[in-house]
Write a protein that binds this ligand. Structure first.
Ligand code: ZN
Length: 427
């Protein structure tokens, strides 16, 4: 056997929309028209081809070689080559999925049903697939990093974000999904089998590594967490310069649990007063940190007089423990104040994972499956309110998707042969 260290071949697939299959088959016989059609489509979606690092991409493309996909009933697939750097691009027509015999329209329905929370088994049944084929398709999507796909849509790496872990189960074992959310998009959805700071750090580091590859100067300014020890330790390890804040809404939800053995109207009144306190602190921009410290002290005294010294003391200790995280939120107007959007993302994942027996076995490919689900969360249009009707999360956050068809976008954005075109001037 010969031992050669072979460089892994870069995935330079490009998905091209040929509008309909008949057009594609006609173009196969016309070299010039085929190339023109490919170039026009690339231009229309605003991407560039990923040439080799040394190539400026100025060279011409030439039709290079072809192969026949037997499993797809003998569809001819062409490759193009850059005449300068010799990078080879595989042109996948829109009706072919990479390495899969499944048709995109079948995949579209199955993925949509999955995203909607239907179990893999039922999605497979209504789409006449095997559940395993669907599982593998989602895993294949998840091979592409969320950071790569989101930055291809022109989204800037998040300077502020929410981080928290979803607790889930793999059979009877507890597992955790470290998550990073900014607005309506998921930037990271990891998987760990224990809740230690080391495990979480390792997971969040995957995001950091991918982000630094995109932008070596990337720095995070602020992170909102729920105060869980392993999360805050992992964030301090990875992002020593970032502000760590605690969610103000969680603070509001926690307060009643600190007040024991008192009548419920008293508890309710105190909660309302605490709500007003936090709300006013947020309103008063310049004074808010100073004002908060003083007001928290007064509030703890107030609890002691209305609900007894034991409750007052408990609330005071709790404030002591949490206030630095609340200050961090109030000190910087750009810090997110509540983790509501992260909770929503977790709820969406929970609906899917609960219904997915395929996820719940130790030999599963969770590390690929979860990012696959996250791509669907980011790219399937789901907004119902008028302002963002028909938009996907990426668009709501100001990103740009290549076409108006989410399935085609998914195919294009997970094609390794594309890279972002530089932003046009005055943009
Ligand atoms: Zn080139």
């Amino acid at each position: 056997m010969r031992h050669t260290t072979k460089q892994p071949r870069a995935n330079r697939t490009i998905t091209i929309d040929f509008q309909n299959e008949a057009t594609y088959f006609q173009l196969l016989g016309n070299r010039k028209a085929f190339l023109e059609c490919v170039l026009a489509f690339i231009l229309s979606i605003g991407f560039q081809l990923a040439h080799k690092a040394t190539c400026r991409g100025g060279g011409c493309l030439t039709r290079h070689s072809h192969y026949v996909r037997v499993r797809l009933g003998g569809v001819t697939i062409w490759r193009l080559q850059c005449t300068t750097c010799h990078a080879v691009f595989t042109v996948l027509p829109h009706f072919v999925l990479r390495y899969r015999s499944m048709r995109p329209e079948v995949a579209r329905n199955a993925l949509l049903a999955t995203h909607g929370g239907l179990s893999l088994e039922l999605c497979a049944t209504i789409c006449h697939l095997s559940p395993m084929a669907l599982y593998r398709l989602i895993c294949a999507l998840g091979q592409h990093s969320l950071v790569t796909v989101l930055t291809r849509c022109g989204l800037p790496l998040p300077t502020y974000f929410l981080a928290d872990e979803k607790h889930s189960h793999c059979l009877t074992d507890k597992v955790y999904l470290p998550t990073i959310v900014s607005g309506r998009v998921l930037w990271h959805l990891g998987y760990t089998e224990d809740a230690s700071a080391v495990a979480f750090t390792e997971s969040y580091r995957e995001f950091q590594r991918a982000a630094s590859q995109q932008e070596p100067s990337y720095r995070v300014k602020g992170v909102l967490i729920d105060g869980f020890d392993s999360t805050s330790k992992s964030m301090r390890t990875l992002l020593p310069g970032a502000r760590l804040g605690h969610c103000l809404r969680h603070a509001l939800l926690k307060l009643p649990k600190k007040l024991v053995a008192i009548a419920s109207p008293v508890r309710q009144t105190l909660r309302t007063q605490f709500h007003t306190l936090l709300y006013r602190a947020r309103q008063r921009k310049s004074l808010r940190v100073f004002a908060l410290g003083q007001r928290l002290r007064h509030f703890a005294d107030h609890v002691a007089t209305t609900a007894g010294t034991a409750n007052g003391e408990r609330v005071r200790r709790w404030f002591q423990e949490k206030k630095a995280g609340w200050y961090a939120v109030l000190e910087d107007p750009q810090m997110p104040a509540t983790s509501t959007l992260l909770d929503q993302a977790h709820n969406a994942m929970e609906r899917k994972l609960f219904a997915m027996k395929g996820f719940h076995h130790p030999g599963g490919s969770q590390q690929a499956f979860l990012p696959g689900l996250a791509h669907l969360y980011n790219l399937i249009p789901y907004q119902r309110r008028a302002l963002n009707a028909g938009k996907c999360g990426v668009e709501v956050e100001g990103g740009r998707v290549p076409t108006s068809d989410w399935m085609l976008n998914l195919q294009i954005l997970t094609s390794g042969g594309y890279q972002c075109a530089p932003a046009p001037p005055n943009h």
